[in-house]
Design a protein around this ligand. Sequence first.
Ligand code: NDP
Length: 449
Amino acid sequence: MVSIDDKLQPILTEVLRRNAGEAEFHQAVHEVLESLGRVIAKHPHYLERSLIERICEPERQIIFRVPWHDDAGHIHINRGFRVQFNSALGPYKGGLRFHPSVNVGIIKFLGFEQTFKNALTGLPIGGGKGGSDFDPKGKSENEVMRFCQSFMTELFRHLGEYTDVPAGDIGVGGREIGYMFGQYKRLTNRYEAGVLTGKGLAYGGSRARKEATGYGNTWFVEAMLATKGETFEGKRVVVSGSGNVAIYTMEKVAALGGKVIACSDSGGYVVDENGIDTGLVKEIKEVRRGRISEYARLKGEGAHYITGGSIWDVPCDVAMPSATQNELTGKDARTLVKNGLLAVGEGANMPSTPDAIHIFRASGVLFAPGKAANAGGVATSALEMQQNASRDSWSSEQTQTRLAGIMRSIHDTCAATADEYGAPGDYVLGANIAGFVKVAEAMDALGVI
Ligand code: NDP
Protein backbone atom coordinates (compact mmCIF):
# COMPACT_ATOMS: atom_id res chain seq x y z
CA MET A 1 0.00 0.00 0.00
CA VAL A 2 1.08 3.60 -0.58
CA SER A 3 2.01 5.41 2.66
CA ILE A 4 -0.17 8.20 3.95
CA ASP A 5 0.59 11.66 5.32
CA ASP A 6 2.06 11.65 8.86
CA LYS A 7 -0.78 13.84 10.14
CA LEU A 8 -3.34 11.30 8.91
CA GLN A 9 -1.60 8.21 10.27
CA PRO A 10 -3.09 8.50 13.80
CA ILE A 11 -6.58 8.68 12.28
CA LEU A 12 -5.97 5.51 10.28
CA THR A 13 -4.47 3.74 13.30
CA GLU A 14 -7.58 4.56 15.31
CA VAL A 15 -9.90 3.34 12.52
CA LEU A 16 -7.99 0.03 12.40
CA ARG A 17 -8.16 -0.33 16.19
CA ARG A 18 -11.85 0.46 16.54
CA ASN A 19 -12.91 -1.71 13.59
CA ALA A 20 -10.69 -4.73 14.20
CA GLY A 21 -10.84 -7.53 11.64
CA GLU A 22 -12.72 -5.52 9.01
CA ALA A 23 -10.13 -5.86 6.24
CA GLU A 24 -12.19 -4.41 3.39
CA PHE A 25 -13.20 -1.39 5.45
CA HIS A 26 -9.55 -0.78 6.40
CA GLN A 27 -8.58 -1.00 2.72
CA ALA A 28 -11.25 1.50 1.64
CA VAL A 29 -10.34 4.01 4.37
CA HIS A 30 -6.62 3.66 3.65
CA GLU A 31 -7.22 4.34 -0.05
CA VAL A 32 -9.12 7.56 0.64
CA LEU A 33 -6.69 8.80 3.32
CA GLU A 34 -3.79 8.28 0.86
CA SER A 35 -5.34 11.04 -1.25
CA LEU A 36 -6.07 13.52 1.54
CA GLY A 37 -2.52 14.62 2.43
CA ARG A 38 -2.67 17.29 -0.29
CA VAL A 39 -6.08 18.46 0.96
CA ILE A 40 -5.10 19.05 4.57
CA ALA A 41 -1.93 20.82 3.44
CA LYS A 42 -4.17 23.32 1.62
CA HIS A 43 -7.13 23.31 4.03
CA PRO A 44 -5.95 22.45 7.57
CA HIS A 45 -9.42 23.10 9.03
CA TYR A 46 -10.58 19.65 7.87
CA LEU A 47 -8.07 18.19 10.30
CA GLU A 48 -8.62 20.76 13.06
CA ARG A 49 -12.39 20.15 13.06
CA SER A 50 -11.99 16.34 13.09
CA LEU A 51 -13.90 16.05 9.84
CA ILE A 52 -11.82 13.10 8.68
CA GLU A 53 -12.44 11.11 11.90
CA ARG A 54 -16.12 11.97 11.71
CA ILE A 55 -16.41 10.86 8.08
CA CYS A 56 -14.81 7.48 8.93
CA GLU A 57 -17.41 6.73 11.61
CA PRO A 58 -20.84 5.54 10.37
CA GLU A 59 -23.77 7.50 11.78
CA ARG A 60 -25.63 4.27 12.62
CA GLN A 61 -25.09 0.51 12.20
CA ILE A 62 -28.02 -1.88 12.38
CA ILE A 63 -27.55 -5.67 12.63
CA PHE A 64 -30.56 -7.97 12.90
CA ARG A 65 -31.77 -11.55 12.79
CA VAL A 66 -33.58 -12.73 9.66
CA PRO A 67 -35.45 -16.01 10.26
CA TRP A 68 -37.25 -17.77 7.40
CA HIS A 69 -38.72 -21.16 6.41
CA ASP A 70 -37.48 -23.12 3.40
CA ASP A 71 -39.88 -25.10 1.20
CA ALA A 72 -39.35 -28.22 3.30
CA GLY A 73 -40.40 -26.33 6.44
CA HIS A 74 -36.90 -26.05 7.94
CA ILE A 75 -36.02 -22.83 9.76
CA HIS A 76 -32.95 -20.84 8.65
CA ILE A 77 -31.37 -17.86 10.37
CA ASN A 78 -29.47 -15.23 8.40
CA ARG A 79 -28.02 -11.94 9.53
CA GLY A 80 -29.22 -8.61 8.13
CA PHE A 81 -27.21 -5.37 8.02
CA ARG A 82 -27.82 -1.72 7.27
CA VAL A 83 -25.00 0.76 7.78
CA GLN A 84 -26.31 4.32 7.57
CA PHE A 85 -22.98 5.93 6.89
CA ASN A 86 -23.47 9.60 6.21
CA SER A 87 -26.53 11.80 5.69
CA ALA A 88 -24.89 15.22 5.34
CA LEU A 89 -26.00 15.54 1.71
CA GLY A 90 -29.35 13.76 1.81
CA PRO A 91 -31.10 10.55 2.92
CA TYR A 92 -28.83 7.50 3.19
CA LYS A 93 -28.70 5.88 -0.22
CA GLY A 94 -27.03 2.66 -1.34
CA GLY A 95 -27.78 -0.91 -2.28
CA LEU A 96 -28.51 -4.16 -0.49
CA ARG A 97 -26.22 -7.15 -1.15
CA PHE A 98 -27.32 -10.76 -0.65
CA HIS A 99 -24.24 -12.99 -0.77
CA PRO A 100 -22.80 -15.56 1.68
CA SER A 101 -19.61 -13.49 2.06
CA VAL A 102 -21.48 -10.47 3.49
CA ASN A 103 -20.33 -9.25 6.92
CA VAL A 104 -20.27 -5.91 8.70
CA GLY A 105 -16.78 -5.01 7.38
CA ILE A 106 -17.87 -5.48 3.77
CA ILE A 107 -21.03 -3.44 4.31
CA LYS A 108 -19.01 -0.68 5.99
CA PHE A 109 -16.49 -0.50 3.14
CA LEU A 110 -19.35 -0.29 0.67
CA GLY A 111 -21.15 2.40 2.71
CA PHE A 112 -17.95 4.44 3.05
CA GLU A 113 -17.29 4.30 -0.72
CA GLN A 114 -20.94 5.07 -1.38
CA THR A 115 -20.76 8.31 0.61
CA PHE A 116 -18.09 9.78 -1.70
CA LYS A 117 -19.63 8.29 -4.84
CA ASN A 118 -23.00 9.83 -4.08
CA ALA A 119 -21.36 13.19 -3.44
CA LEU A 120 -19.68 13.00 -6.86
CA THR A 121 -23.05 12.64 -8.60
CA GLY A 122 -23.93 16.18 -7.49
CA LEU A 123 -27.36 14.90 -6.37
CA PRO A 124 -28.77 15.27 -2.83
CA ILE A 125 -28.07 11.78 -1.49
CA GLY A 126 -26.13 10.55 1.55
CA GLY A 127 -24.37 7.19 1.76
CA GLY A 128 -25.45 3.82 3.15
CA LYS A 129 -25.29 0.14 2.35
CA GLY A 130 -26.84 -3.07 3.60
CA GLY A 131 -27.55 -6.68 2.91
CA SER A 132 -27.38 -10.16 4.29
CA ASP A 133 -25.30 -13.33 4.23
CA PHE A 134 -28.28 -15.04 2.55
CA ASP A 135 -27.38 -16.85 -0.68
CA PRO A 136 -30.18 -16.55 -3.26
CA LYS A 137 -28.49 -19.13 -5.51
CA GLY A 138 -30.38 -22.41 -5.66
CA LYS A 139 -33.36 -21.03 -3.70
CA SER A 140 -36.91 -21.33 -5.04
CA GLU A 141 -39.00 -18.26 -5.88
CA ASN A 142 -41.03 -18.79 -2.72
CA GLU A 143 -37.93 -19.07 -0.54
CA VAL A 144 -36.52 -15.85 -1.98
CA MET A 145 -39.86 -14.12 -1.37
CA ARG A 146 -40.12 -15.36 2.23
CA PHE A 147 -36.56 -14.27 2.92
CA CYS A 148 -37.13 -10.78 1.44
CA GLN A 149 -40.33 -10.39 3.48
CA SER A 150 -38.60 -11.40 6.70
CA PHE A 151 -35.64 -9.10 5.97
CA MET A 152 -37.96 -6.13 5.36
CA THR A 153 -40.06 -6.90 8.45
CA GLU A 154 -37.16 -5.64 10.55
CA LEU A 155 -35.54 -3.19 8.14
CA PHE A 156 -38.69 -1.18 7.33
CA ARG A 157 -38.62 0.74 10.64
CA HIS A 158 -35.24 2.25 9.67
CA LEU A 159 -36.26 3.36 6.15
CA GLY A 160 -38.26 6.17 4.58
CA GLU A 161 -37.99 8.32 1.48
CA TYR A 162 -36.50 11.13 3.58
CA THR A 163 -34.46 8.79 5.81
CA ASP A 164 -32.89 5.86 4.00
CA VAL A 165 -33.52 4.58 0.47
CA PRO A 166 -31.95 1.20 -0.41
CA ALA A 167 -31.54 -0.31 -3.90
CA GLY A 168 -30.05 -3.51 -5.37
CA ASP A 169 -26.50 -4.82 -5.47
CA ILE A 170 -25.00 -8.32 -5.83
CA GLY A 171 -27.81 -10.88 -5.49
CA VAL A 172 -30.52 -8.22 -5.32
CA GLY A 173 -32.24 -7.36 -8.59
CA GLY A 174 -35.75 -6.40 -9.69
CA ARG A 175 -37.31 -9.55 -8.25
CA GLU A 176 -35.98 -8.99 -4.73
CA ILE A 177 -36.72 -5.24 -4.77
CA GLY A 178 -40.32 -6.08 -5.76
CA TYR A 179 -40.79 -8.45 -2.82
CA MET A 180 -39.21 -5.98 -0.38
CA PHE A 181 -41.27 -3.05 -1.66
CA GLY A 182 -44.43 -5.17 -1.38
CA GLN A 183 -43.66 -6.01 2.24
CA TYR A 184 -42.78 -2.38 3.09
CA LYS A 185 -46.08 -1.22 1.61
CA ARG A 186 -47.98 -3.87 3.55
CA LEU A 187 -46.30 -3.09 6.87
CA THR A 188 -46.64 0.69 6.64
CA ASN A 189 -49.94 0.88 4.74
CA ARG A 190 -48.32 3.60 2.61
CA TYR A 191 -47.50 3.67 -1.09
CA GLU A 192 -44.17 5.38 -0.53
CA ALA A 193 -42.64 4.76 -3.96
CA GLY A 194 -39.44 6.69 -3.20
CA VAL A 195 -38.39 4.36 -0.36
CA LEU A 196 -36.64 1.86 -2.64
CA THR A 197 -35.08 2.25 -6.08
CA GLY A 198 -34.46 -0.28 -8.84
CA LYS A 199 -38.21 -0.95 -8.84
CA GLY A 200 -40.01 -2.52 -11.81
CA LEU A 201 -41.50 -0.18 -14.40
CA ALA A 202 -45.00 -1.37 -13.48
CA TYR A 203 -44.79 0.13 -9.98
CA GLY A 204 -42.66 3.28 -9.99
CA GLY A 205 -39.30 2.19 -11.41
CA SER A 206 -37.22 4.35 -13.71
CA ARG A 207 -36.44 3.55 -17.29
CA ALA A 208 -32.70 2.99 -17.83
CA ARG A 209 -32.05 2.15 -14.13
CA LYS A 210 -31.17 -1.44 -14.99
CA GLU A 211 -28.71 -0.29 -17.65
CA ALA A 212 -27.35 2.69 -15.72
CA THR A 213 -24.26 1.37 -13.93
CA GLY A 214 -22.85 -0.44 -16.97
CA TYR A 215 -23.71 2.32 -19.43
CA GLY A 216 -22.36 4.94 -17.03
CA ASN A 217 -19.04 3.16 -16.56
CA THR A 218 -18.67 2.83 -20.33
CA TRP A 219 -19.36 6.55 -20.84
CA PHE A 220 -16.82 7.39 -18.14
CA VAL A 221 -14.15 5.28 -19.86
CA GLU A 222 -15.12 6.80 -23.22
CA ALA A 223 -14.49 10.28 -21.76
CA MET A 224 -11.19 9.13 -20.28
CA LEU A 225 -10.05 7.60 -23.60
CA ALA A 226 -10.97 10.83 -25.37
CA THR A 227 -8.37 12.70 -23.29
CA LYS A 228 -5.78 10.61 -25.18
CA GLY A 229 -7.50 10.96 -28.55
CA GLU A 230 -8.78 7.37 -28.33
CA THR A 231 -12.23 5.75 -28.63
CA PHE A 232 -13.76 2.30 -28.03
CA GLU A 233 -13.81 1.66 -31.80
CA GLY A 234 -12.04 -1.64 -32.51
CA LYS A 235 -10.77 -2.05 -28.92
CA ARG A 236 -10.61 -5.49 -27.30
CA VAL A 237 -12.46 -5.31 -24.01
CA VAL A 238 -12.67 -7.79 -21.11
CA VAL A 239 -15.56 -7.45 -18.66
CA SER A 240 -15.58 -9.63 -15.55
CA GLY A 241 -18.88 -10.82 -14.07
CA SER A 242 -22.08 -11.47 -15.97
CA GLY A 243 -24.60 -9.82 -13.69
CA ASN A 244 -26.39 -6.51 -13.92
CA VAL A 245 -23.33 -4.26 -14.21
CA ALA A 246 -21.41 -6.57 -16.56
CA ILE A 247 -24.29 -7.17 -18.98
CA TYR A 248 -25.02 -3.50 -19.61
CA THR A 249 -21.33 -2.64 -19.79
CA MET A 250 -20.97 -5.21 -22.57
CA GLU A 251 -24.04 -3.87 -24.35
CA LYS A 252 -22.80 -0.26 -24.35
CA VAL A 253 -19.18 -1.13 -25.23
CA ALA A 254 -20.45 -3.01 -28.29
CA ALA A 255 -22.71 -0.07 -29.22
CA LEU A 256 -19.65 2.22 -29.15
CA GLY A 257 -17.69 -0.05 -31.50
CA GLY A 258 -15.67 -2.04 -28.95
CA LYS A 259 -15.39 -5.81 -29.03
CA VAL A 260 -16.03 -7.61 -25.72
CA ILE A 261 -14.14 -10.89 -25.88
CA ALA A 262 -14.58 -12.31 -22.37
CA CYS A 263 -16.89 -12.31 -19.35
CA SER A 264 -17.26 -14.52 -16.27
CA ASP A 265 -19.08 -15.64 -13.16
CA SER A 266 -17.73 -17.13 -9.97
CA GLY A 267 -17.37 -20.53 -11.69
CA GLY A 268 -15.07 -19.47 -14.56
CA TYR A 269 -14.92 -17.34 -17.71
CA VAL A 270 -15.84 -17.54 -21.37
CA VAL A 271 -13.78 -16.23 -24.26
CA ASP A 272 -15.51 -15.53 -27.56
CA GLU A 273 -13.19 -14.03 -30.16
CA ASN A 274 -16.22 -13.19 -32.35
CA GLY A 275 -17.44 -10.84 -29.63
CA ILE A 276 -19.62 -11.85 -26.66
CA ASP A 277 -23.28 -12.15 -27.63
CA THR A 278 -24.89 -9.99 -24.94
CA GLY A 279 -28.37 -11.21 -25.83
CA LEU A 280 -27.31 -14.76 -25.04
CA VAL A 281 -25.73 -13.73 -21.72
CA LYS A 282 -28.99 -11.95 -20.80
CA GLU A 283 -30.99 -15.06 -21.67
CA ILE A 284 -28.72 -17.26 -19.52
CA LYS A 285 -28.34 -14.91 -16.55
CA GLU A 286 -31.47 -12.74 -16.42
CA VAL A 287 -34.06 -15.21 -17.65
CA ARG A 288 -32.84 -18.69 -16.75
CA ARG A 289 -30.63 -17.63 -13.79
CA GLY A 290 -28.05 -20.11 -15.13
CA ARG A 291 -24.25 -20.33 -15.24
CA ILE A 292 -21.91 -18.67 -17.74
CA SER A 293 -20.51 -22.12 -18.62
CA GLU A 294 -23.71 -22.63 -20.64
CA TYR A 295 -22.63 -19.82 -22.99
CA ALA A 296 -19.90 -21.83 -24.75
CA ARG A 297 -22.20 -24.80 -25.24
CA LEU A 298 -25.04 -22.68 -26.64
CA LYS A 299 -22.88 -20.37 -28.76
CA GLY A 300 -20.77 -23.14 -30.31
CA GLU A 301 -17.82 -22.32 -32.56
CA GLY A 302 -15.36 -19.66 -31.44
CA ALA A 303 -16.45 -19.66 -27.78
CA HIS A 304 -14.80 -21.60 -25.00
CA TYR A 305 -15.23 -21.84 -21.24
CA ILE A 306 -12.27 -21.85 -18.85
CA THR A 307 -12.22 -22.77 -15.17
CA GLY A 308 -9.25 -21.92 -13.00
CA GLY A 309 -6.82 -19.20 -14.07
CA SER A 310 -7.85 -15.59 -14.36
CA ILE A 311 -10.00 -13.71 -16.86
CA TRP A 312 -7.29 -11.02 -16.77
CA ASP A 313 -4.94 -13.40 -18.64
CA VAL A 314 -6.98 -12.60 -21.77
CA PRO A 315 -5.08 -9.84 -23.66
CA CYS A 316 -7.16 -6.68 -24.01
CA ASP A 317 -7.00 -2.90 -24.49
CA VAL A 318 -9.63 -2.09 -21.87
CA ALA A 319 -10.42 -3.99 -18.64
CA MET A 320 -13.78 -3.43 -16.94
CA PRO A 321 -13.91 -5.43 -13.68
CA SER A 322 -17.62 -5.72 -12.85
CA ALA A 323 -17.98 -8.65 -10.42
CA THR A 324 -16.80 -8.00 -6.86
CA GLN A 325 -14.15 -6.52 -4.54
CA ASN A 326 -10.46 -7.47 -4.87
CA GLU A 327 -11.05 -9.60 -7.97
CA LEU A 328 -8.14 -8.03 -9.88
CA THR A 329 -4.78 -8.55 -8.14
CA GLY A 330 -1.26 -7.15 -8.58
CA LYS A 331 -0.34 -10.22 -10.60
CA ASP A 332 -3.34 -9.67 -12.88
CA ALA A 333 -2.40 -6.00 -13.29
CA ARG A 334 1.15 -6.91 -14.32
CA THR A 335 -0.20 -9.35 -16.94
CA LEU A 336 -2.65 -6.77 -18.28
CA VAL A 337 0.04 -4.07 -18.52
CA LYS A 338 2.43 -6.50 -20.25
CA ASN A 339 -0.34 -7.25 -22.76
CA GLY A 340 -0.66 -3.56 -23.68
CA LEU A 341 -3.59 -2.39 -21.52
CA LEU A 342 -4.75 1.18 -22.18
CA ALA A 343 -7.52 1.74 -19.64
CA VAL A 344 -9.45 0.30 -16.68
CA GLY A 345 -13.03 1.22 -15.75
CA GLU A 346 -14.13 -0.22 -12.41
CA GLY A 347 -17.78 -1.28 -12.67
CA ALA A 348 -17.63 -3.15 -9.36
CA ASN A 349 -16.83 -1.57 -6.00
CA MET A 350 -13.10 -1.78 -5.14
CA PRO A 351 -12.42 -4.63 -7.61
CA SER A 352 -8.71 -3.81 -7.92
CA THR A 353 -6.41 -4.55 -4.99
CA PRO A 354 -4.15 -1.71 -3.76
CA ASP A 355 -1.19 -3.43 -5.51
CA ALA A 356 -3.05 -3.54 -8.79
CA ILE A 357 -4.01 0.16 -8.56
CA HIS A 358 -0.41 1.05 -7.81
CA ILE A 359 0.79 -0.85 -10.92
CA PHE A 360 -1.82 0.77 -13.17
CA ARG A 361 -1.03 4.28 -11.95
CA ALA A 362 2.73 3.73 -12.19
CA SER A 363 2.38 2.36 -15.75
CA GLY A 364 0.39 5.32 -17.04
CA VAL A 365 -2.74 3.23 -17.62
CA LEU A 366 -5.90 5.36 -17.56
CA PHE A 367 -7.62 4.22 -14.37
CA ALA A 368 -11.23 5.02 -13.44
CA PRO A 369 -11.94 4.13 -9.78
CA GLY A 370 -15.32 2.56 -9.01
CA LYS A 371 -16.51 5.39 -6.78
CA ALA A 372 -16.53 7.62 -9.86
CA ALA A 373 -16.97 5.22 -12.76
CA ASN A 374 -19.85 3.15 -11.39
CA ALA A 375 -21.80 6.10 -9.97
CA GLY A 376 -24.31 5.92 -12.84
CA GLY A 377 -26.41 3.36 -10.98
CA VAL A 378 -26.97 5.45 -7.89
CA ALA A 379 -27.34 8.61 -9.96
CA THR A 380 -30.22 7.01 -11.85
CA SER A 381 -31.65 5.82 -8.55
CA ALA A 382 -31.73 9.46 -7.49
CA LEU A 383 -33.49 10.25 -10.79
CA GLU A 384 -35.99 7.49 -9.91
CA MET A 385 -36.58 9.26 -6.58
CA GLN A 386 -37.17 12.53 -8.47
CA GLN A 387 -39.73 10.84 -10.73
CA ASN A 388 -41.48 9.25 -7.72
CA ALA A 389 -41.58 12.58 -5.84
CA SER A 390 -43.16 14.35 -8.81
CA ARG A 391 -45.41 11.37 -9.69
CA ASP A 392 -43.84 11.41 -13.12
CA SER A 393 -42.24 8.88 -15.45
CA TRP A 394 -39.57 9.90 -17.93
CA SER A 395 -38.73 8.30 -21.27
CA SER A 396 -35.62 6.19 -21.60
CA GLU A 397 -34.02 8.87 -23.82
CA GLN A 398 -34.67 11.59 -21.25
CA THR A 399 -33.24 9.49 -18.43
CA GLN A 400 -30.19 8.42 -20.44
CA THR A 401 -29.51 12.00 -21.48
CA ARG A 402 -29.50 13.06 -17.81
CA LEU A 403 -27.27 10.10 -16.91
CA ALA A 404 -24.80 10.75 -19.72
CA GLY A 405 -24.54 14.39 -18.58
CA ILE A 406 -23.96 13.32 -14.96
CA MET A 407 -21.20 10.87 -15.99
CA ARG A 408 -19.49 13.53 -18.09
CA SER A 409 -19.67 15.93 -15.19
CA ILE A 410 -18.21 13.34 -12.74
CA HIS A 411 -15.38 12.68 -15.20
CA ASP A 412 -14.66 16.39 -15.59
CA THR A 413 -14.84 17.03 -11.83
CA CYS A 414 -12.33 14.23 -11.12
CA ALA A 415 -9.99 15.45 -13.88
CA ALA A 416 -10.21 19.11 -12.81
CA THR A 417 -9.66 18.22 -9.12
CA ALA A 418 -6.61 16.11 -10.01
CA ASP A 419 -5.24 19.10 -11.97
CA GLU A 420 -5.96 21.48 -9.10
CA TYR A 421 -4.08 19.28 -6.63
CA GLY A 422 -1.06 18.83 -8.90
CA ALA A 423 -1.70 15.30 -10.18
CA PRO A 424 -3.06 15.60 -13.74
CA GLY A 425 -4.71 12.42 -15.03
CA ASP A 426 -4.95 10.84 -11.55
CA TYR A 427 -8.63 9.97 -11.34
CA VAL A 428 -8.19 8.18 -7.99
CA LEU A 429 -6.92 11.33 -6.35
CA GLY A 430 -9.48 13.47 -8.17
CA ALA A 431 -12.43 11.29 -7.12
CA ASN A 432 -11.33 10.94 -3.50
CA ILE A 433 -10.65 14.64 -3.02
CA ALA A 434 -13.73 15.93 -4.85
CA GLY A 435 -16.01 13.49 -2.98
CA PHE A 436 -14.41 14.20 0.38
CA VAL A 437 -14.51 18.00 0.09
CA LYS A 438 -18.21 18.00 -0.84
CA VAL A 439 -19.21 15.83 2.14
CA ALA A 440 -16.84 17.54 4.59
CA GLU A 441 -18.10 21.02 3.69
CA ALA A 442 -21.71 19.95 4.30
CA MET A 443 -20.82 18.23 7.59
CA ASP A 444 -18.96 21.29 8.80
CA ALA A 445 -21.92 23.53 8.01
CA LEU A 446 -24.30 21.27 9.95
CA GLY A 447 -22.33 21.52 13.19
CA VAL A 448 -21.04 18.75 15.41
CA ILE A 449 -23.87 16.21 15.10
P1 NDP B 1 -25.01 -9.22 -9.77
O1 NDP B 1 -25.40 -10.07 -8.63
O2 NDP B 1 -26.03 -8.88 -10.79
O3 NDP B 1 -23.77 -9.88 -10.55
C1 NDP B 1 -22.58 -10.16 -9.89
C2 NDP B 1 -21.66 -10.89 -10.85
O4 NDP B 1 -20.38 -11.00 -10.26
C3 NDP B 1 -22.11 -12.30 -11.15
O5 NDP B 1 -21.70 -12.66 -12.43
C4 NDP B 1 -21.39 -13.12 -10.09
O6 NDP B 1 -21.18 -14.47 -10.42
C5 NDP B 1 -20.07 -12.37 -10.04
N1 NDP B 1 -19.45 -12.55 -8.72
C6 NDP B 1 -19.96 -12.22 -7.51
N2 NDP B 1 -19.13 -12.55 -6.52
C7 NDP B 1 -18.07 -13.10 -7.12
C8 NDP B 1 -16.86 -13.63 -6.64
N3 NDP B 1 -16.58 -13.69 -5.32
N4 NDP B 1 -15.96 -14.09 -7.56
C9 NDP B 1 -16.25 -14.03 -8.88
N5 NDP B 1 -17.39 -13.53 -9.39
C10 NDP B 1 -18.27 -13.09 -8.53
O7 NDP B 1 -24.37 -7.90 -9.13
P2 NDP B 1 -24.14 -6.47 -9.79
O8 NDP B 1 -23.82 -6.62 -11.23
O9 NDP B 1 -25.27 -5.60 -9.39
O10 NDP B 1 -22.86 -5.95 -8.98
C11 NDP B 1 -21.52 -6.21 -9.41
C12 NDP B 1 -20.58 -5.22 -8.75
O11 NDP B 1 -20.94 -3.89 -9.12
C13 NDP B 1 -20.57 -5.23 -7.22
O12 NDP B 1 -19.27 -4.89 -6.76
C14 NDP B 1 -21.52 -4.08 -6.88
O13 NDP B 1 -21.27 -3.56 -5.58
C15 NDP B 1 -21.14 -3.10 -7.96
N6 NDP B 1 -22.13 -2.06 -8.24
C16 NDP B 1 -23.41 -2.41 -8.61
C17 NDP B 1 -24.32 -1.41 -8.93
C18 NDP B 1 -25.68 -1.73 -9.46
O14 NDP B 1 -26.37 -0.79 -9.89
N7 NDP B 1 -26.12 -2.99 -9.50
C19 NDP B 1 -23.97 0.02 -8.78
C20 NDP B 1 -22.58 0.26 -8.47
C21 NDP B 1 -21.72 -0.76 -8.19
P3 NDP B 1 -22.07 -15.61 -9.70
O15 NDP B 1 -23.41 -15.50 -10.37
O16 NDP B 1 -21.34 -16.88 -10.00
O17 NDP B 1 -22.10 -15.28 -8.25
